[in-house]
Design a protein around this ligand. Structure first.
Ligand code: MRU
Length: 348
């Protein structure tokens, strides 16, 4: 991992501003919930697990100055912080998972003094970071078993270290395969409109010395038609009970292409990305973002200023297009609703 994506240092949340990468490395020391909310909304901090971590640290920042002396008053401050952070972005369920976990730990310790509950909240947020690091390594170990020596792999958006506290979900698998000496080649989709693939994924892959080729999103089909892609690995923002998986817009088209060209299509995600309360992907809320993200490229207007724009940030890949889902607990296969049964034991 080239940099530490998000951490807690000296009483502040320190994160790298991902909107400036790869050409400028700027760490932001954030001591207030509003700045962190904005960082999530504007994708300075992005990627499902990293958004979850930011949410947990955001709760810590949101209640640090609370003067409430009783749990009743303090709970209102927690609820306010949680509601506010929950309004930052709607799709990655890791955010809501982390916020619910922060609420739960406070509730479970509500009999103690408020100062103690504040310390417990920080401890829980740090625990979420540690778990994320371990989960990345575990997913990488499982996922790397699916990769053969010399495989050429396609990935979309950024599911790397910048999206997590460690070295990522889908990219973590690729890093581990490379570490095992499998000599892989990777094609990275640029991922319009915000170019996470071009700016972030290629940066991470090159840093690890992996043979990396950048393509525009519309080039994937022709590569697959030529038989030049062996496998596809992507991350996810929310996975429903039937295995439908929301991820960065454009992932669904890769799933369709993969099926047509008989290329295995793998989703890599920790259990914090599963939303087993949702029966199918139809129920996953899809974020729609400002049209200017499409009218412009890196701030430069490329289309008529007044043209209408459709800008969903995510799409849903139906379960039947997904060959397997790799989690920190193992590789899950179809039928997903059945293989998810055993995940219920993990209190999702
Ligand atoms: O809008 P973003 O950049 O937050 O979207 C990120 C993605 O879609 C990632 O693929 C997903 O969060 C998985 S990250 C391990």
């Amino acid at each position: 991992m080239p940099v530490e994506t998000i951490a807690w240092k000296g009483g502040k949340c320190v994160y790298i501003d991902q909107t400036l990468l790869p050409h400028k490395i700027k760490f932001v020391k954030c001591g207030d919930i509003r700045t962190l909310w904005k960082a999530i909304r504007t994708l300075q901090v992005r990627g499902a697990p990293a958004i979850g971590i930011a949410g947990a640290l955001g709760v810590v920042l949101g209640v640090k100055n609370s003067r409430s002396e009783t749990y009743g008053g303090f709970k209102k401050d927690i609820d306010r912080a949680v509601k506010y952070l929950a309004s930052s972005r709607p799709t990655a369920v890791n955010l809501f998972w982390a916020l619910a976990r922060m609420k739960r730990i406070a509730e479970n310790n509500s009999s103690g003094p408020v100062a103690r509950i504040k310390k417990i909240l920080l401890k829980e947020a740090l625990k979420i970071i540690d778990e994320d690091k371990r989960n990345c390594r575990q997913m990488a170990r499982y996922g790397s078993r699916l990769i053969k020596k010399g495989d050429t792999i396609l990935t979309h958006c950024n599911a790397g270290g910048l999206a997590t506290a460690d070295y990522g979900t889908a990219l973590g698998v690729l890093f581990e395969a490379a570490r095992q000496g499998k000599r892989i080649k990777v094609y990275a989709d640029e991922t319009r409109p915000l170019l996470q693939g071009a700016r972030l994924t290629t940066w991470e892959l090159l840093h690890e010395g992996i043979d990396t080729t950048l393509i525009c999103d519309n080039m994937a089909a022709s590569l697959m038609a030529k038989g030049r892609i062996d496998k596809i690995f992507v991350g996810a923002d929310r996975i429903a009970l039937n295995g439908d998986a929301a991820n960065k817009i454009g992932t669904y088209s890769l799933g369709v292409l993969a099926k047509h060209h008989r290329v295995p299509f793998y989703v890599v995600a920790p259990l914090s990305t599963f939303d087993l309360n949702l029966k199918s992907g139809k129920d996953i809320p899809i974020e729609e973002r400002d049209g200017d993200e499409v009218r412009t490229i890196l701030g430069k207007l490329i289309a008529p200023e007044k043209v209408k724009v459709y800008n969903p940030a995510f799409d849903v890949t139906p379960n039947e297009l997904i060959t397997a889902i790799i989690t920190e607990k193992g590789i899950l296969r179809k039928p997903y609703s059945k293989s998810f049964e055993k995940l219920k034991a993990y209190n999702l």
